[in-house]
Design a protein around this ligand. Structure first.
Ligand code: NDP
Ligand code: OXD
Length: 311
């Protein structure tokens, strides 16, 4: 069988699991990048953190697969050859795990888990009342691959779901809002606001006090997009006034979050270390192999990043 070389770079912490997963795909030869490697004849690159100079040094490069769904780091790298398509990661493992994270955090906010934790800590028997899920409007900023899958999960639990995107969507059960002009109506009265946007100049800082003011009083925030979507200085004041009651954050302006950062000690901020979801080695490599098969057959690659748009 003719094997296709796939160069693996900028994600060393995942290398062992990818080498293992690649064993089940005889059509792919996974090549870990190391300085001094002969780069001639390598047509496909799988990269996460940009390795300085690497993409430009691959004379035969035909496509760059981003290791994740978010491509802002690759796009910020001026060395990427403009003619090489960048494919963002869309694969069932990544999507499934993200929708689980969103459901998990939404239910956490629905059940106001922090009140139970506080009561347990104090040895207090304190049953409390939960509204029905159908009375808690949930809004998802970003109704792409991940936002749509999360919406489907939330609908099965009867949350009224709104979604906001650049273009209007027609998704059963989801109220679609499109573009900047419809953002205030989208936000109005939401009990739970979820961010699953890509980071672009238009979406940077979108989670700010002015937008929190449109939500229901005592709303919750879940950010699994990127840290720079949130104006971090606006979060604690919103929690202090009660405009927000709690937040779940997976992403931060600085990662790893420094130990002195006040978010670590805030009782109403629940944090995960930027792993709401990750590429699944087996299904991710199968997807790349499928795309390479298409490309070799002269078919267009799917999920190619629009460099102008930034996602
Ligand atoms: P997609 O490209 O499939 O979807 C992006 C969505 O955002 C689309 O609906 C798009 O609108 C919308 N959007 C983009 N810009 C704007 C804008 N200016 N105004 C309104 N809507 C906008 O991306 P994915 O769903 O695959 O991934 C989303 C993001 O999730 C990633 O970019 C990454 O930042 C984050 N992520 C985080 C992970 C984590 O572990 N925390 C893991 C994986 C991803 P339209 O549909 O009209 O184009
Ligand atoms: C991604 C991520 O973008 O893991 O895929 O953040």
């Amino acid at each position: 069988m003719n094997q296709t070389k796939l160069l693996f770079a900028g994600a060393d912490e995942y290398l062992a699991t990818f080498v293992e997963a690649a064993r089940t795909l005889p059509e792919i030869e996974l090549l870990p990048y190391e300085p001094g490697l002969d780069l001639k004849g390598i047509e496909y690159l799988l990269m996460w953190r940009p390795v300085p100079g690497l993409a430009a040094a691959l004379p035969d490069l035909k496509a760059l697969f981003c290791f994740g769904a978010g491509v802002e780091r690759l796009l910020a790298n001026p060395e990427l050859p403009p003619h090489v398509p960048i494919v963002r990661m869309v694969e069932p493992g990544l999507t499934q795990v993200m929708s689980e994270y969103i459901l998990w955090q939404t239910l956490r906010h629905h059940r106001r888990i922090w009140e139970l934790e506080e009561a347990q800590e104090a040895g207090r028997w304190a049953p409390h009342w939960y509204p029905a899920a159908w009375d808690l409007p949930v809004g998802i900023l970003g109704l792409g691959e991940l936002g749509q899958a999360a919406a489907q999960k939330l609908l099965t639990f009867d949350f009224p779901v709104r979604g906001w995107s650049r273009s209007r969507k027609n998704l059963a059960g989801v109220k679609s809002f499109a573009g900047a002009a419809e953002l205030p109506d989208f936000l109005s009265g939401l009990e739970i606001l979820i961010c699953l946007l890509p980071l672009t100049p238009e979406t940077t800082g979108i989670l700010h006090a002015g937008h929190f003011a449109h939500l229901a009083r005592g709303a919750s925030l879940i950010n699994a997009g990127r840290g720079l979507h949130l104006v971090e200085a606006d979060l604690q004041p919103a929690l202090a006034t009660g405009q927000l009651v709690a937040a779940s954050l997976d992403v931060f302006s600085q990662e790893p979050l420094p130990p002195e950062h006040p978010f670590w000690r805030h009782p109403r901020i629940f944090m995960t270390p930027h792993n709401a979801s990750d590429i699944n080695p087996a299904s991710g490599l199968r997807e790349i192999s499928r795309q390479i098969g298409r490309h070799r057959a002269g078919l267009p690659l799917e999920h190619v990043v629009d460099r102008q748009r930034g996602y």
